[in-house]
Design a protein around this ligand. Structure first.
Ligand code: HEC
Ligand code: HEC
Length: 386
């Protein structure tokens, strides 16, 4: 009896450590919510939040006539059931593209769009693939003509913008992109198991810590602790929305390099469809001044945007070049990180974590708490118009 008691006393602190969180861990986990974030209207887009524009945008998103060949719709690379991405390592449009398609759920939460942040407006980013010869190979004139000449689209355009599509080609094409952006703003991740866990912690609910499996709890501790994941994968959408070098090789086939954020800043500065351009509907336009001040630095080479970690069960393969097939592969990348690949002039955030196989399982179990059920697109009919 006595020996049994002593054994229990020795075991209790161990059990408590496995089944509990320190105050710092709890506070760090609380910062990843609440979910979903409040809806917001994009002041740079006068179609944002407008139901008629959302309907027009949804039609256009599924319409292959926007492409030069008439065969490629946005939905071809951004399929709802694949988390609004596709399953290819790198996308294939009219020609091969160097990068992995990005899932479009929660896209309204970004400040910079694309893996390199080459655009600072969602509507500019919605126009870009139409014009890119590798993706859809369309044109401003073709987009404007489609809206003017198709009665169902012209009618939705009138309902959305309150006037006929004008003869001014660039303006009508930008309006089409603003309608697509208004539609994309409506895509939000459903609540995940993590969100219930996090809200339980916030409410100090009894048993909140034990509401997730023990391996996922160990993963949560690693995520906000020794793994340092939350330094970059921060906040309710698990991203600080900025750009980092994580030692992923940035050579693309044929010996070219993907310049990442460095090229992104240059494209942004050259574009007419960003916050600093003539189509920004925001009369205050303060963010435009901020964006205009961003200059490409040497350290931006090979930096890519920190992705969200929600819905990863739907969006494999991973990374900007789709080079890692599974979540385990990504975690192993951080575990075995090649420090020589990290920029000497970049920030020194990452070190190889040398995780045990139980720790790799734990981080994977934690990321699975952010999984979503398959998503479904509702493709609107082209024939109806109010
Ligand atoms: C050929 C495949 C392909 C097609 C077609 C395509 N996309 Fe994409 N999309 C991509 C890829 C690849 C990226 C990542 C681009 C990058 O980082 O340079 C992307 C990125 C995006 C992003 C940025 C998301 C983010 O989180 O920053 C948006 C928005 C987007 N696409 C919307 C659209 C819309 C709207 C259309 C149709 C007009 C479209 N895409 C057509 C492949 C495609
Ligand atoms: C220094 C910032 C930083 C830290 C720390 C960090 N990440 Fe990342 N993470 C990134 C960036 C940047 C990418 C995209 C890299 C690329 O595509 O080249 C990324 C990509 C990922 C992806 C792939 C997601 C996708 O959609 O392709 C996963 C999963 C991931 N990180 C998990 C983690 C985990 C787990 C940790 C902790 C062990 C961690 N990250 C630590 C910046 C970071």
């Amino acid at each position: 009896m006595k020996r049994w008691l002593i054994a229990l006393c020795l075991l209790l602190p161990v059990m408590a450590a496995a089944g509990s969180l320190t105050e710092a861990e709890r506070a760090a986990l609380l910062r990843h919510g609440p979910w979903p974030p409040a809806p917001h209207i994009d002041p740079s887009n006068r179609a944002s939040g407008n139901p008629a524009a959302i309907a027009l945008g949804q039609m256009l998103f599924h319409d292959a006539r926007l492409s030069g060949s008439g065969t490629m719709a946005c939905a071809g690379c951004h399929a709802a059931e694949k988390g609004w991405a596709d399953e290819r390592p790198t996308a294939i449009g009219l020609l091969p593209v160097d990068r992995n398609s990005i899932g479009l759920v929660d896209v309204r939460l970004w400040r910079w769009f694309g893996w390199d942040g080459a655009m600072d407006t969602l509507w500019g980013q919605s126009l870009r693939p139409i014009l890119d010869p590798r993706e859809m190979g369309g044109s401003l004139a073709g987009t404007a003509a489609l809206i003017r000449d198709d009665p169902a689209l012209a009618c939705r355009y009138r309902a959305a913008f309150g006037h006929e599509p004008s003869a001014e080609t660039e303006g009508v094409a930008v309006d089409a992109a603003k309608a697509i952006a208004a539609f994309l703003e409506t895509l939000t991740s459903p609540r995940a198991a993590f969100d219930d866990f996090r809200d339980g912690l916030a409410a100090n609910a009894p048993g909140a810590v034990d509401a997730i499996p023990a391996d996922a709890l160990m993963g949560a501790k690693l995520f906000v602790g020794r793994g340092q994941c939350a330094v970059c994968h921060l906040g309710p959408n698990f991203t600080n929305r900025e750009f980092h070098d994580t030692g992923v090789p940035f050579f693309v086939a044929s010996g070219r390099v993907d310049p990442g954020r460095h090229g992104g800043i240059q494209s942004l500065r050259a574009s007419r469809f960003g916050l600093s351009g003539p189509f920004n509907d925001d009369p205050v336009a303060a963010p435009a001044a901020l964006t205009a001040a961003v200059l490409p630095l040497h350290r931006n080479w090979g930096e890519f945007r920190v992705p969200s970690l929600r819905n990863l069960n739907l969006t494999a393969p991973y990374l900007h070049d789709g080079s890692l097939a599974t979540l385990r592969d990504v975690i192993r990348h951080y575990s075995e990180l090649d420090e020589d690949r990290l920029h000497a002039d970049g920030e020194a955030l990452l070190r190889p974590l040398r995780l045990s196989s139980a720790e790799i399982d734990a981080l994977e179990a934690f990321l699975r708490l952010l999984a979503a059920p398959p998503m479904v697109a509702r493709v609107p009919s082209l024939t109806t118009c109010p």
